[in-house]
Design a protein around this ligand. Sequence first.
Ligand SMILES: Cc1ncc(COP(=O)(O)O)c(C=O)c1O
Length: 452
Amino acid sequence: MTRVAERGRVTELTAAEVRRLTGDHPRCAALHERARASMPNGVPMSWMAKWAGPFPLHVTEAQGSRFVCADGIEHVDLCLGDTGAMTGHSPAPTVAAVQRQVARGITVMLPTEDAALVAEELTRRFGLPQWQFTLTATDANRHVLRYARHLTGRPRVLVMDLSYHGSVDEAFATLDDAGRVVARRGNIGAPVDPAVTTAVVQFNDLAALERELRRGDVACVLLEPAMTNIGIVLPEPGYHAELRRLTRETGTLLVVDETHTLCAGPGGMTARDGLEPDVVTMGKAIGGGIPSGAFGMTAELAERVRRSVELEDIDVGGIGGTLAGNALSLAAMRATLTEVLTDDAYATMLPLGQRWADGVAGVLERRGMPWHVTRLGARAEYAFSPEQPRTGREAAASDDFELQTLLHLSALNRRLLLTPFHNMALMAPTTTSADVDQHTAAFDDVVASLLA
Ligand SMILES: Cc1ncc(COP(=O)(O)O)c(C=O)c1O
């Protein structure tokens, strides 16, 4: 099936799905109409406008792996707040801990006992002994980039082409066709030309990585251990070992962003694959949905930070957040990490990720579709090319926004919510085999209609 041949069909099927969505959701449509009067695009944060269809569903309740929209329709949630709710919505232990804490002080700007307990648990999982807490993964990454420049005295950071690490200025850089660093499409209001702050290489390209690191001006490499934000791109065998060797040899800090790859296991890919980063960053799911973020450092790095930052200036150095490390988010992280995202939870989630990927792969094979599916633990994704990509650039080349819109709408009309950025599904401990099979059947339907 070529892109051109399917286009008219995609448009026609999309129009039918939009009619169905609109017919099924009059109340969501009305709420959206009202919201447009007071919020751009009728949403509280700009990118919520990206959901497929003329309006986003409004939610009245979310519980476990399901949510009910304002029209009273229950949906299976495979987006899970783009990982923020990987625990399932409102997990009971987190809710109980938050209820207890919320009545006993939400933010005091003093530590509670939970802070050290969470730090110890993260050490057990990721092997890094010193932790700091933020409200988001974005903040964790921003702070670590500052520390890296501060400690190494080097001006640039290195990221993978078409990666995503939150609203981090330095990371919105890409390579143009001539291999030059330029602002990524959609990067609005950049403070400086990203070529000044950032080196960019393709994921899995060790030669380019070595070339950039040997210039001696890169403070740190910031990467997801497998890319998850341009579709899933897995590391090739030996990639991480060589990355570690090169960063050590060139005195470059290695920062592994586990925000999404925490789907690979309780200690993310760091523990699963025996990685040895200098810093790990994360956020989203670790607080069960309560705003939470963290970064962990080696003892040596933490000591260098401690020795080099004056106490008098510690609050104005660019690292901070008044509400960071607040009692409520620490209580949520403690309960989530010790009672929700447990080893047992992963024992449920990982096979479901496999079942989802197998279901999609089965449809593709039966229907002869030249697409592929990739899995990383409890997360899986299909993309519109026959081969698994090796790089972000290859992954981006197989994207197709119109086709994606159709697939998302079609899933939604079959009561399944996919992540609005590419075609990703995530399994929570509360996801069931029946939920997964419902997706396989719905996917089969839409593929069949594309071929009809
Ligand atoms: C790998 C990665 N890091 C960091 C972030 C930023 O998370 P947040 O927007 O919650 O700060 C994201 C968000 O999608 C992410 O995928």
